[in-house]
Design a protein around this ligand. Structure first.
Ligand code: ADP
Ligand code: MG
Length: 276
């Protein structure tokens, strides 16, 4: 694809929403692929014990594969666990294996338990334009590690009833981490997912989200698309599985928007809206 501006330093983006099934993983892998296909160097960190992002990127993540668990719990360098994604030049992945499920407990007794991912990323010396972190559907220590490591939070919101419920808790956690652990952290981006233009409800939810988060919501909404949901079972993103599909084009466009937005420019004076 055509080139996009390279950020001056690596943008570390945390894809979070403690609700399951809202499109975190789908957004992480497809946005990452979109940015890479636009010519940028991108790393996906799979931080969900389910390993769905690893699966979707065609990365082996059976129990013996060196993974983010080894980085967080054993202190292994990130460079030892990074794998290239086949078919997409410039795209890399740190897989998650099922032992990550225990890390939430194991981390509790470790030194600097909240900042182990941040330390690993800081020590990683390969040049990267973007790091996208796919969070589990909870606000535990794994997600806290992501929030400490990142500068930006991207919240995927599914355009359905109760879409904003629980969001207040996520936003408060972002504020807590910003206040105590990571002053650079801010919610930079909201992406509407599984948007069904035919339903009035989707339009209403989208409007409500755009009212609450005027600056953060990307203009591009991701449509509900069978091709998007099929791609992971082939170990592919929708961008290689069906490049001409509306799903692929929407993620390419969302990636373009994300890259063209200056870091932090839209977020000065951002106050936590009273939702959830
Ligand atoms: P999360 O990571 O937040 O739990 P996922 O990204 O795994 O959510 O998405 C939940 C389910 O919805 C998955 O089965 C996924 O394939 C499907 N899905 C996600 N985005 C879309 C979309 N735009 N169109 C159709 N299905 C989607
Ligand atoms: Mg997921």
């Amino acid at each position: 694809g055509e080139g996009l501006p390279r950020p001056a330093s690596t943008r570390v983006i945390v894809v979070a929403n403690q609700k399951g099934g809202v499109g975190k993983t789908t957004t992480t892998v497809n946005l990452a692929a979109a940015l890479a296909m636009h010519g940028l160097r991108v790393l996906v960190v799979d931080l969900d014990p389910q390993g769905n992002a690893s699966t979707a990127l065609g990365i082996d993540h059976h129990a013996d594969v060196p993974s983010i668990y080894d980085v967080l719990v054993e202190g292994k360098p990130l460079a030892d666990v990074v794998q290239p994604v086949r078919d997409v030049e410039g795209l890399f992945c740190v897989p998650a294996t099922i032992d990550l499920a225990g890390a939430e407990i194991e981390l509790v007794s470790l030194v600097a338990r909240e900042s182990r991912l941040q330390r690993a990323i800081t020590a990683y010396e390969q040049p990267l334009d973007y790091i996208l972190i796919d969070c589990p559907p909870s606000l535990g220590l794994l997600t806290v590690n992501a929030l400490v490591a990142g500068q930006e939070v991207l919240i995927p919101i599914q355009c359905e009833y109760y879409a904003l419920e629980g969001l207040g808790q996520l936003l408060r956690n972002v504020e807590l981490v910003r206040a105590h652990l990571n002053p650079t952290l801010h919610v930079s981006t909201i992406l509407l997912t599984m948007y069904d233009a035919r339903t009035r409800l989707a339009a209403q939810v989208a409007e409500e989200v755009r009212t609450h988060f005027a600056e953060q919501v990307l203009n591009t909404a991701i449509p509900r698309s069978v091709r998007i949901s099929e791609a992971p079972s082939y170990g592919q993103t929708v961008l290689t599985y069906d490049p001409g599909s509306t799903g692929a084009l929407s993620y390419l466009e969302a990636g373009r928007e994300l890259a063209l937005r200056a870091v932090g420019a839209a977020t000065d004076g951002f106050a936590v809206p009273a939702v959830g």
